[in-house]
Design a protein. Structure first.
Length: 81
């Protein structure tokens, strides 16, 4: 789940960056250099960026769920029974 979350958020972020470059070079460069700007761009232009923004959000949620699952398993393995 961890790696799927990473992949989904990366694909969504790259899609947002491409859409930002289509809008203007400044949006694109800003989105490329400072990642939260891509999310701001996606929210401002929500109508055209629903899918990539959703991919980013779902990917981040899956990432944190995967980190939690890995941490929980690591804790259960390290505790003596």
């Amino acid at each position: 789940m961890f790696w799927l979350g990473v992949a989904l958020s990366l694909v969504g972020w790259l899609w947002l960056v491409v859409n930002a470059f289509r809008e203007s070079a400044l949006w694109g460069i800003g989105s490329l250099l400072i990642s939260p700007i891509a999310l701001i761009f996606g929210l401002i232009n929500f109508g055209a960026n629903k899918i990539p923004l959703l991919l980013c959000v779902v990917g981040v949620v899956m990432y944190f769920m995967g980190v939690g699952a890995v941490a929980d398993e690591a804790m259960s393995m390290s505790m003596p029974q």
